[in-house]
Design a protein around this ligand. Sequence first.
Ligand code: TXA
Ligand code: MG
Length: 444
Amino acid sequence: MSKDVEMAATFLERGEVIAIPTETVYGLAANGLSLEAVKKIFLLKNRPFSDPLILHVGGMEAVEALGISLPLWARQLIHRFWPGPLTLLLPKSSLIPEIVTAGLPRVAVRAPNHPLTQALLQRLPFPLAAPSANPFGAISPTTAEHVYRYFAGKIPFILEGGECEAGIESTIIGEENGRLLIYRPGVVSKEEIEKVIGERVFTKSFSPKPEVPGQFPRHYAPRKPLLYGWQSPPLEPHASVVLFRPPSSLPSHRYVHFLSYEDNVEEAASRLYATLHNCEQEPTEFILVQTIPLDGIGEALNDRLRRAATPSLFTIGHSNHRWEDFMDLLRRYEIAAIIDIRKHPYSPKFPHFSQSFLQKDLYENGIMYEWQPNLSNLVQKIERISKGYERIALLCAEGEPNRCHRFRLSDELTQAGYTIFHILPEKRLQLHRAPISLGLEERI
Ligand code: TXA
Ligand code: MG
């Protein structure tokens, strides 16, 4: 790990892979014109060869030297934002190996704005292919130490450039049928781009609803479950809790993090990945993240957090609860919908837990309710109700949901890619781990 640009260049000229700093995140770089060198990046990251890489260049002249021609919109954006966190998708030239673009007709190029990496690019006779320096799917690194943790012993050199200033990835933009599309929201906001182009720019929207939950487009994800989209995340004893800003009275919870002290989305962006790296290291079981405001770079933060989020389901039991306690739990865990999986949706002792009451009272509290005693197509039913990442609870007959014998279907749900949390009556979440087998089904 060093700031020595000459040494970095020597490794790259030998066809090796090294880590480089940029203003967004650290990259894993190699000679972008060498098939052998680029191949090493994919293997190190465990990244599928179908996922193309960005070519990093010193500036516009280097793009033209690669035989790539620049339409007017590209020149305008380069003039305003380079060197900087904006990546352009442009028609590929024959100089660029197919492996870089994964066989696609366009190549992604950007000029990073970091003094060491700029000096390196000016010194080298080739562009650098560089994805973020993390194993495929994991949280991107914003310090040299993050890179070291991932790749110590696997790469020979890290160009040490301090903390990344912006903290999340570049914006990716390209043209399709005469319209400019943002393929990945990032540091440069849509509004800033529209100001330069003088036309509307569109976002190719990410669908939070996976076709198959197991293939949820999870990315940027820590190695423990992350639940995103809380108004006010509960301070669970086993959770790392990430708040956008400090609340008026400081919580006493040990593992609370704040993304911004100034109520500012740029500040939050610069801290997001470093905070998630810390959450990953803490002795907690899961991570709860408060919703981030959508303005400016906030759109990119939301995009990353949605992709980092784990598809999840909650369970809640009823038989030991008073109605008020039950409602308190639903509010505490911000439950948006209930799927009643009881065989008999009524309870002589607790009339409030009968289907007709539930339907009406939950509706009045803004919570959706559906009785689904037939468990055979539960996964499809959940997907139909779910818009992606709001919280859905399965209502079981037992007060302790993890004793609910119907919950043997949790195996099926886990296999379908969901992580299950039990809402315990004592106001605590329990992460469902091993398949529960009470043997009740056999006896019944
Ligand atoms: O800020 C950044 O862009 C960082 C730093 C290191 O520059 N790089 C980065 O690279 O985030 P990576 O590989 O983690 O993400 C690049 C994204 C991928 O989602 C990839 O699919 C897309 O860009 N991409 C790259 N080339 C493409 C192409 N030719 N066509 C379509 N998408 C492309
Ligand atoms: Mg990446």
